[in-house]
Design a binder for this molecule. Structure first.
Ligand code: FAD
Length: 604
């Protein structure tokens, strides 16, 4: 693991941050070494909270536990209804005390902050940041609330909740501030930090016929995803979401409002692109490039069952070779899943191909299966290749709803634009049992290594299901998408990977202390061990893989290297420049090695 001295040396040699004030750079840690909690003598007095409330137009709320009522009366119908509502991602997103994942056994449990500022303006954010710094509070930032690592909640903290900052504005000819002489005007969209991707897709694609690179899951927050790097179903064509970032407005730890783009505060801008959420400041607005929209998007889903272990191994060899030959290109994205029980599940999407072109691509693979009917049983879904005009992809048409392809927020009066993919609903309100990921280099697909990869995938599937998210590795993407990703903080391993392999397990909504609805620790630990064994099979091939910061193990060892690789020293330098006192802390975020696990005190 990188030690602090090496980091500081590397940070000192990183590119200069000319626009960051000298006073902030040199600020000593001093009083910031221990943050205060409710009950501490230094906890702000009511009059000070009232002052903050006035500064934010009354949008300050004292929070209580969202599960308190259920804890007190777990068998009531009100409690049952509450737990049913936890399966609605929009209910979770609209509730200040909740997060999409309710916890991770042995890692974290979703806890409400002491107070929340429901920010509506940048000035609200500035007031909250200044208050947290001056009063030495633990500060958290929440947008869409989808952090698997629990980084947008913390007990005894002040929360800045950006959900209401969700304006979306399209531009025909955007030029970042200060770039007037260097950048050609481009089509773009400016998005408030609390916007969700579903609403951005509606504005940019359905209504305006453009394409913006966001996430696969429609209820993820825009700011959180961009900070992560951000992969969507079609990232093999359009690259990382953060690589399309043209400009951000950020409130930094000193309370100043900064513009960050390639020409103004370029190092901060670079750090925001993949450097991880909640560590460098509070982004209040992001402007993203709008790309031309292809004609069609489509999908193909199939499940194939092999008749024996030997047949399954042959099936894995077939799909891996077929992927390398025919799918590792900008047209294809999403997942190939290797399940125990000798079952292969394929859920792929395509762009820039007609339905019949997509079908033709798969014909050799389907022929190979057809030639061995005694080995492979193919279960087609009723519509095996579906295609739609790209403009309709994210729109909740009646047909798509009737066929169950898309779901809507079912709360009375909910906006019709509150939609989500049914496949993501399983994760609403989940409690994680385990989760690990690794970028698999495309070199593993070469003739001389492919057999070892097939064996490792087979061996992994003996322990737990593993899924290749092929859109989350950029090998096969256009050179310009890879070049743009190289100019971000993400681990460069992502650029050479053909897929991010993910292995996870979760249980239904559960919460400690709610009788009958407690997380099942025994099962969770059994699952976590199986996940570890499955991933160990792949780590035999790639001993120190990179891992995607947002979709990774809470207990990731050597996380600085895993998440950011050779970019970590430069990212640490950015952190030192904009937040030397560590006001912004998240679990396994840049600079967090200096703090206790809960972010309340500096390590000795
Ligand atoms: C169901 C589900 C599906 C997912 N699908 C994808 C996917 O398809 N592709 C992908 O790349 N990732 C995916 N992810 C991971 C997701 O992109 C990250 O967890 C992302 O950080 C979530 O952002 P958020 O705003 O929703 O979450 P939050 O929990 O609100 O925020 C995540 C982090 O970003 C910080 N943050 C949020 N807003 C701001 C802000 N304005 N300024 C500074 N920091 C901020 C928070 O402090 C926190 O540390 C998925 C996650 C889930 C739960």
């Amino acid at each position: 693991m990188m030690n602090r001295r090496r980091l500081l040396q590397a940070a000192a040699s990183a590119p200069a941050l000319a626009a960051i004030p000298q006073a902030l750079r040199a600020a000593p840690l001093g009083e910031a070494m221990r943050r205060v909690r409710p009950g501490d003598p230094d906890w702000p007095a009511p009059a000070l909270w009232a002052q903050l409330a006035r500064a934010v137009g009354g949008r300050l709320t004292k929070l209580s536990g969202p599960m308190d009522a259920c804890r007190a009366a777990p068998t009531t119908s009100a409690c049952s209804e509450f737990f049913t509502a936890l399966k609605n991602p929009y209910f979770l997103g609209d509730t200040v005390e909740l997060t999409q994942t309710l916890g991770w056994v042995d890692a974290w449990t979703s806890m409400p902050s002491a107070y929340a500022v429901s920010a509506q303006t940048t000035a609200d954010v500035v007031a909250a940041v200044n208050f947290a710094r001056e009063q030495r509070l633990r500060l958290v930032v929440k947008g869409g609330g989808h952090s698997y690592q629990g980084t947008s909640n913390a007990a005894d903290s002040l929360l800045i909740w950006t959900r209401a900052m969700n304006a979306i504005t399209l531009h025909d000819a955007f030029v970042p501030v200060g770039c007037e002489q260097r950048a050609a005007p481009t089509r773009a969209v400016s998005v408030g930090a609390g916007a969700l991707w579903a609403h951005v897709y509606d504005a940019v694609t359905t209504k305006a016929g453009g394409y913006v690179q966001g996430g696969g899951c429609m209820t993820v927050g825009v700011a959180g995803l961009v900070h992560s790097g951000g992969f969507g179903s079609f990232s093999k064509a359009y690259g990382l979401a953060c690589a399309s970032l043209l400009e951000a407005q950020v409130v930094t730890a000193d309370g100043s409002v900064r513009i960050a783009n390639a020409c103004t505060n370029p190092e901060l801008f670079w750090g925001l692109k993949g450097g991880g959420g909640g560590s460098l400041g509070v982004v209040t607005r992001l402007t993203l490039r709008v790309h031309p929209l292809p004609e069609n998007f489509g999908a193909v889903n199939m499940t194939i069952k092999a008749s024996s272990d030997a047949a399954y191994r042959r099936l894995i060899a077939l799909i891996v070779a077929f992927y390398e030959r025919s799918l590792m290109n900008p047209h294809w994205g999403e997942q190939i899943r290797f399940r125990p029980g000798n079952t292969l599940k394929i859920s792929m999407v395509f762009q820039g191909l007609t339905r019949s072109e997509a079908q033709a691509v798969w014909q050799p693979f389907l022929d190979a299966l057809g030639n061995a009917p005694q080995e492979f049983e193919l279960e087609f879904s009723p519509l095996k290749f579906v295609s739609t005009s790209a403009r309709e992809f994210w729109s909740p048409t009646l047909l798509k709803r009737a066929l169950g392809f898309i779901r809507r927020d079912d709360r009375p009066g909910a906006s019709p634009g509150n939609v989500f993919w049914p496949g993501d609903q399983g994760q609403a309100g989940q409690v994680l049992h385990g989760y690990q990921s690794a970028w698999l280099p495309a070199a593993l697909l070469r003739d001389e290594q492919r057999d070892a990869l097939v064996s490792a995938l087979f061996a992994a599937s003996r322990h737990w299901g593993v899924s290749l998210h092929v859109n989350k590795g950029l090998a096969g993407a256009p050179p310009e998408a890879i070049a743009a990703a190289r100019d971000t903080a993400i681990n460069p391993a992502a650029l050479e990977a053909f897929a991010l392999v993910i292995c996870g397990a979760e249980g239904p909504p559960a919460y400690p202390g709610v009788a009958g609805r407690e997380p099942d620790g025994t099962t969770a630990r059994t699952h976590a061990r199986a996940i570890g064994r499955a991933m160990d099979e792949l780590r035999k091939l790639v001993p120190n893989p990179g891992s995607y910061v947002s979709e990774s193990n809470y207990f990731e060892p050597d996380w600085q290297r895993s998440f950011w690789g050779s970019n970590y020293p430069r990212l640490f330098a950015v952190k030192q420049q904009v937040d030397p006192n560590g006001l912004f802390f998240v679990h396994h975020g840049v600079g967090s090695e200096r703090w206790s696990d809960d972010g309340f005190s500096l390590r000795a």
